[in-house]
Design a protein around this ligand. Structure first.
Ligand code: ADP
Ligand code: 5GP
Length: 207
């Protein structure tokens, strides 16, 4: 059968510690054709993080060279470090009809929503039910120093103000419910009218 639609982009944003990585693990069990966009960052790897799997870890000079070369679809400075999405693998994955998943901040979401790829995008903001619960989760994850946690909490109070710029909101309280909500959104993201080759569909109906 000929392909009548293309891949799509699903953007996840939300404060560090709201549960994006945890929810994505559940989503991957339900979606076969996906590609997780591995961002490039200048931040230090956390314990257990692998270069080329969780992030591509580079120096500030290397990142700035990438900006100059036009390698990034979007990039931003978050918590004092650069983070960016490389263009090339995204374009390839869309061509392969995959659901391309971005875990990027609110600044990155705004850039992608205005980019050449805007028609492919569905975005979802994920949050905890309260700031106190976010603090508890960041502390219980125990991957960051108290200074880093404080920066992330301060940043979350800025990020939450952009919640109305998203297509969907998930309040990650009960993990099972939040996972099923993310799965529904991801499945719908693949069915947006803008992804379909409408003329080909119409022509196939007309002799
Ligand atoms: P993010 O990727 O958004 O930074 P994580 O997925 O690392 O967040 O989650 C932060 C912490 O919160 C982890 O320790 C994770 O196990 C926990 N967590 C995630 N979702 C829930 C939930 N619904 N209820 C309780 N704890 C959760
Ligand atoms: P962390 O350091 O917790 O992995 O990520 C910190 C923040 O950076 C999160 O809000 C995450 O969504 C965001 N982030 C990760 N990769 C990118 C990226 O490529 N671009 C942008 N704009 N933000 C990113």
């Amino acid at each position: 059968m000929v392909h009548l639609n293309s891949g799509a982009i699903l953007i996840l944003s939300g404060p560090s510690g709201c549960g994006k990585s945890t929810l994505l693990k559940e989503l991957y069990k339900q979606i076969d054709k996906y590609y997780f966009s591995i961002s490039t960052t200048t931040r230090e790897p956390r314990v257990g993080e692998q270069n080329g799997v969780d992030y591509i870890f580079v120096s500030k000079d290397e990142f700035e060279q990438g900006i100059e070369n036009g390698d990034f679809l979007e990039y931003a400075s978050v918590h004092g470090n650069y983070y960016g999405t490389s263009k090339k693998p995204i374009l390839n994955a869309i061509e392969e009809n995959k659901l391309v998943i971005f875990d990027i901040d609110v600044q990155g979401q705004e850039i992608v929503k205005k980019s050449q790829l805007k028609d492919f995008v569905t975005s979802v903001f994920i949050t905890t039910p309260s700031l106190d619960i976010l603090k508890q989760r960041l502390n219980s994850r125990a991957t960051d120093s108290s200074e880093v946690i404080e920066k992330r909490i301060n940043n979350s109070q800025i990020e939450i103000k952009s919640i109305d710029k998203y297509d969907y909101i998930i309040i990650n309280d009960n993990l099972e419910l939040a996972s099923s909500q993310l799965i529904s959104i991801a499945k719908s993201a693949m069915l947006k009218t803008s992804l379909f080759l409408k003329d080909d569909i119409i022509n196939s109906w007309i002799n």
